[in-house]
Design a protein around this ligand. Structure first.
Ligand code: ADP
Ligand code: MG
Length: 377
């Protein structure tokens, strides 16, 4: 991919570019915890966005998207926003750097990627962090710190793409490190790297390709439940609640609110348990916790759906070590931790059985934990 992008840049602009890349991400465990001040546990993956970039000495940005086969040209003032959605991610990153007092001048760029779009692997964060990293290097002498690069991507989603996302995706994409996951504390924003050594196992996503559009916003309803219970227990967020306190207050809560909060409190502990297990090299415990998360998301938090529960059941039946829904729910992917020897039969069975029931195969996306945003030599 690197060679191809470079060659297209040479052809279009007749110069030698600088090369940058950034990655999509998975989240091993820690779902619906971010807005409750809890932990998430993401890592960058071997699916990337790669860009060839060079300042062009003008006030204009010229970008070519290889995958969409389209060119965009825009200035750097607020009113210069391009029409194409994909170009708005890049424009947004430029604007957010400028708004923070950083420098961005005209540049030429060619980019391509292999992060599946809209599959829950955050191709948009990969795109933002690739350009944020590059523009920091090319125009700002790397003076913008990495957390700010993540915030620049997040603000781009908020202000230029209409997506009101948290910080996890951009954080993971910017800070990702090969063979490491990062436990991010969403209350303090502190984080820690944990080695992710899973010799003998593989990580694979199965994209169900279903996305249930729901009438009312279940996401907001879940948030409201969490906020209600936190208030009742006298804590700022459920991060500071315990199962003892929740059980003591059970009589005053609706059953629905009780089970929502129960999931969040248990999920916080599961992230900590998974980190401990990884430090012992205990993949079996990691996998068990993943199944527990799936159950909690399905039964207590009620954000699963028939198709994802079906994939989870197949994983269990095939002896897969761990499996759960990844992401907000109601469709998308499961993430699976599978022994090498079971990988082929599991994937074959999942594809066959799922197709028999739902008419199409889930898409297999094997992932390896890899580096995030970086300059390529
Ligand atoms: P995801 O869950 O993958 O982040 P989003 O809808 O948030 O899904 O972002 C996908 C959008 O990001 C695409 O519609 C496109 O505008 C942009 N994008 C991602 N990858 C590429 C790519 N390789 N080439 C061009 N645009 C891309
Ligand atoms: Mg996205």
């Amino acid at each position: 991919m690197e060679k191809k992008i470079k060659a297209i840049f040479n052809e279009k602009f007749g110069k030698e570019p600088e090369m940058y890349a950034s990655a999509g991400r998975i989240n091993l465990i820690g779902e619906h915890t971010d807005y409750n001040g809890g932990y998430v546990f993401p890592g960058a993956i071997d699916k990337v966005i790669m860009a060839a970039i060079l300042p062009n000495g003008t006030d204009t940005v010229k970008v070519y998207s290889v995958d969409i086969n389209e060119e965009a040209e825009f200035g750097l003032r607020e009113e210069d926003a391009p029409k194409q959605q994909w170009a708005r991610y890049i424009f947004g990153v430029c604007r957010e750097i400028i708004k923070r007092g950083g420098t961005v001048k005209g540049f030429d760029a060619v980019f391509a990627g292999n992060v599946p779009l809209g599959a829950g692997l955050s191709s948009s964060a990969a795109l933002e962090s690739c350009f944020a990293y590059a523009l920091n290097d090319l125009f700002n002498g790397n003076t913008i710190d990495k957390f700010e690069l993540a915030r620049i991507g997040q603000s781009t989603e908020h202000n230029y793409c209409g997506v009101n996302c948290g910080i996890m995706d951009q954080f993971a994409s910017v800070f990702g490190k090969k063979d490491h996951l990062m436990r991010l504390d969403c209350r303090s924003m502190e984080f820690e790297y944990f080695p992710f050594k899973i010799d003998g196992y593989k990580l694979v996503l199965l994209d169900s390709k279903v996305k249930h559009a729901l009438v009312d916003s279940p996401y907001n309803k879940r948030r409201q439940s969490c906020e209600r219970v936190a208030k009742m227990l006298g804590v700022e967020t459920l991060r500071d609640a315990t199962m003892e306190a929740l059980n003591a207050a059970r009589g005053e809560l609706t059953a629905e609110d009780y089970f929502r909060a129960k999931f969040v409190i248990e999920e916080k502990q599961r992230v900590l348990d998974v980190c401990d297990a990884l430090q012992r090299g205990d993949c079996e415990t990691v996998g068990r916790k993943m199944y527990e998360t799936h159950n909690g998301l399905s039964k207590d938090y009620e954000v699963s759906c028939e198709e994802l529960d079906f994939l989870n059941d197949i994983a269990r039946e095939c002896g897969v070590t761990g499996s759960r829904i990844m992401g907000g729910g109601f469709g998308g992917c499961t993430i699976n931790l599978v022994k090498d020897s079971l990988y082929e039969p599991f994937i074959a069975t999942a594809k066959k059985e799922f197709k028999k029931k739902y008419g199409h195969e889930p898409v297999e996306i094997p992932v390896v934990i890899s580096d995030g945003a970086r300059k390529l030599s």
